[in-house]
Structure formats: C-alpha cells, structure tokens
Design a protein around this ligand. Structure first.
Ligand SMILES: Cc1cc2nc3c(=O)[nH]c(=O)nc-3n(C[C@H](O)[C@H](O)[C@H](O)COP(=O)(O)OP(=O)(O)OC[C@H]3O[C@@H](n4cnc5c(N)ncnc54)[C@H](O)[C@@H]3O)c2cc1C
Length: 386
C-alpha cells in the first residue's frame, strides 16, 4: 500500500538505520531469547539499567520518560498529520499507591491534551487503576469483603474522575481491554459511564477484542442499549493481545478457550464488526486499531463502497509507535485520521512492554520482514534523492 511518499518522514536516516538493526535482531527468535535472558540476569543482580537505554529498543517503541519528555516525539509526528495517544507503560500496578500514581499520570496526559492539539484521545488500562483480583472476583460474582468493597469503590471513583476530566478537556478517554476473565468486572465499572458521559458526544470509548468468540452478538446488544438509552458509542476494534494466556488458562481449568479457534475466524469477525461499525459511522466513533495491512486496505475499500469519506471525523486508524510506521504515515498522507499509541515511562517501568514488543516482532516474522523491506526502500529512496 505504501507508495513513493515518505514511509518514515519522522525519522532521520541515522535513526532508520538503527531501526533496521533492531528489527534484524528481533527477527531472530534465538537472539531475542538470549537478549531476554541477559536482561533478566541484569535485573536479578540489580544492575543499574538506565545507562543501557540506547541498547534496549526503548527509543524505537517509547517516546520518553514522562509526558514532557515525550512531546519531542509527538510534535515531530504531528508535523506529518499523525496524532498521538500517550500511553503510560507502568504495568503490573499492585497497590493503592500504584493506582493513585497511575491516575495522576493519566490526569497529566489529559491536561497535556487540553494544551496541545497533538492528543485528541487519552488511554487507560483498567488494571492500572484497580486490582486485577478485584476485577476477577467481580467477574466471578464473588462477594467482596468490606476492605475489598472499599478498594472497588476507590477504583470506580478513579474511572469517574478520569471521565469527568476528559469531558471537560473536550477529548476522548479510551479504555483498553485485557484478559477475558476480568472483562465482566471491567464492564461493571465502565459500561455505566457510557449513558452518563456519552449523551452529547463520545467521552468514553471502550475496546472490543475480536479474537473472542461471539463478539458480534455483544456489539449488537450494546448498539441496542445505546439506542434505547440515547447515548453515543465509541469503540476501538482490536484482535486481542492475550491469546496464549487465554489458551493456557482454558487448558488449565478445563474450560472452553474463549478465543476463536482459528486466525481466519478472528479475521472474519474483525471485518464483520468493523463493517457494522462503519454502517453506524454517523453516530458511532470507530477506531480501527490494527497493524494488518490488508484490513486497512479493506476498510478503505469499504468506505468507498459505503460512500464514507476517509477523513470522516468518526473514523480513526491507529498503530503502536515504532510498529508499522509506514502504514501510519501512508494513511495520514492519504488524509485519514490516524494516531499512534505512544508509550512513555522510565526505562525500568517500561521493560515488560519492551519485552512484549520484542516477542511480538520475533513471532510475526512476515510483518517484521516487511518492516525491514520498507525501511530499506526508504533509505534507498533517500540516497537516490540526495
Ligand atoms: C492502537 C492499538 C491498540 C491496542 N489496544 C489493545 C487493547 O486494548 N487490548 C488488547 O488486547 N490488544 C490491544 N492491541 C493489540 C491487538 O489486540 C493485537 O494483538 C495486535 O494489534 C496484533 O493484531 P493485528 O490486528 O495488528 O494483526 P494480525 O497480525 O492480523 O493479527 C494477529 C492477532 O490475530 C489473533 N490471532 C493470531 N493467531 C490466531 C489464531 N490461531 N486463532 C485466533 N486468533 C488468532 C491474535 O489476536 C493476534 O494478536 C492494540 C493494538 C493497537 C495497534
């Protein structure tokens, strides 16, 4: 899909060569395995990792240690009509202190969004704001102790505070989706926000994982709910990031795997859902969050068939920062609304995120190979035009 337009306009040739080396290393599973072992060893001996930041892929996948430091990256990509969503990488929050800290950081991203046009959305991961075990217990219908109820009420208040501030800032709060077995608990806190905050426009957008079975039925029920309760719906469409975990848990518990049996079924469901969302584009916010090039082409074609402008304000595309940048900048060059998920946070807190990116890039070899081809083509084009 990428043409002669710049595929990586936001990067210098030097940065691109560094990306090429990184993707070459990531395409070798044994190098990735060795690297991860070495990294765990350094952590085990409590080696100060910060001075090694340049060698970790941090600058490929993350923008900076905090909101202020990330502005250099987000304003650079904004010059090429690509927006950003600042995504704090502090994963595995464990206690009330962590949750309050994460809330404060997301509130900071909201203030920044109010100040800068680079950020039309903010994002939060539910387990950044509340305990995994409480979401799980709620999902299982378990009764809370009074202490747990207190923790749950605090989690609810954190979500409400974010929604209120997002509403005031005139932007959209996206709620990420996580493991299926905590999703009913997440829904119990998030779905009530929709009729409250989405009366005039989408303030809170949710995420649907299309690798889970029967998602079209769930989406249709939500459309009916939105229509009868008179609120706007905003959905980020993803395939889902926890496939192995879902499978392992289902095997361990001897329950059916909630994930579609094949990739083809996931792919089919993805398109069915997005097609339905496009049919409701006048009233729904549709965020196509994927690195799948053929899906993106298909969305473009479907828009042409349905006579939907590619820059319809309710239609957005999104990819992760540092992943498939050529798709993002190509979409922006075509006039589509597109934003990057831009992770930020200190290196020590970003390691689980970087490990996931490393594993994903070494697992999807065809996509990593394509990324390398695109970087090489860009470097060649630059050399030719000197
Ligand atoms: C902007 C953005 C936001 C995201 N937010 C979230 C989020 O909130 N929650 C979340 O869970 N993920 C999220 N993701 C990750 C996403 O779910 C995918 O893991 C990732 O994008 C890869 O899928 P793809 O559509 O890009 O590409 P593809 O390469 O086409 O698809 C890979 C995906 O297909 C599915 N799959 C692969 N093999 C099989 C199989 N055998 N059977 C069934 N399904 C299979 C898996 O979901 C796998 O990740 C986000 C991704 C992006 C780009």
């Amino acid at each position: 899909m990428a043409q002669a337009t710049a595929k990586y306009p936001h990067k210098s040739s030097r940065e691109l060569r560094a990306s090429l080396v990184l993707f070459t290393l990531l395409s070798s599973p044994s190098i990735v395995r060795l690297g991860l072992m070495f990294w765990k060893f350094l952590q085990f001996i409590r080696f100060p990792v910060s001075p090694l930041v340049r060698f970790t892929g941090y600058y490929q996948f993350c923008a900076g240690k905090d909101v202020v430091a990330s502005a250099a990256v987000t304003s650079r990509i904004r010059q090429h009509n690509v927006y950003s969503v600042l995504d704090y990488t502090h994963e595995h929050a464990l206690n009330e202190q962590d949750f309050d800290h994460n809330l404060a950081v997301v509130l900071q991203t909201i203030s920044e969004a109010q100040r800068s046009k680079s950020y039309p959305f903010v994002v939060v991961k539910p387990t950044a704001l509340g305990a995994f075990r409480l979401f799980e217990k709620k999902s299982n219908g378990g009764a809370f102790s009074s202490e747990e109820q207190h923790g749950w009420d605090k989690t609810r208040k954190r979500f409400e505070q974010l929604a209120k501030e997002t509403e005031k800032a005139g932007i959209v709060l996206m709620i990420d989706a996580e493991e299926s077995w905590i999703q009913p608990g997440i829904d119990a806190l998030v779905l009530p926000l929709l009729p409250t905050f989405n009366q005039k426009r989408v303030v809170v957008a949710i995420t649907f994982q299309l690798y889970l079975k029967n998602q079209i039925e769930n989406y249709k029920k939500l459309i009916i709910d939105a229509t009868s309760n008179n609120y706007f719906l905003g959905v980020k469409w993803v395939r889902g990031a926890y496939m192995e975990k879902e499978r392992d848990r289902a095997e361990r518990l001897g329950i059916p795997n909630p994930v579609c049996d094949t990739k083809d079924q996931t792919d089919l469901q993805y398109r069915q859902a997005v097609e339905l969302a496009l049919k409701h584009i006048d009233t729904q916010l549709c965020i196509v969050a994927t690195h799948n090039e053929s899906d993106i082409l298909w969305v473009m074609d479907t828009c042409a068939t349905f006579k939907i402008s590619i820059n319809n304000s309710n239609l957005w595309f999104s990819q992760l920062y540092g992943m498939r940048d050529y798709i993002t900048f190509d979409l922006a060059a075509k006039g589509a609304n597109v934003f990057k998920y831009v992770p930020f946070g200190p290196l020590s807190k970003s390691i689980p995120y970087l490990i996931r990116r490393a594993l994903e890039n070494s697992a999807v070899k065809s996509q990593t190979a394509r990324e390398k081809v695109m970087i090489k083509a860009e470097l060649k084009q630059r050399r030719a035009s000197v």
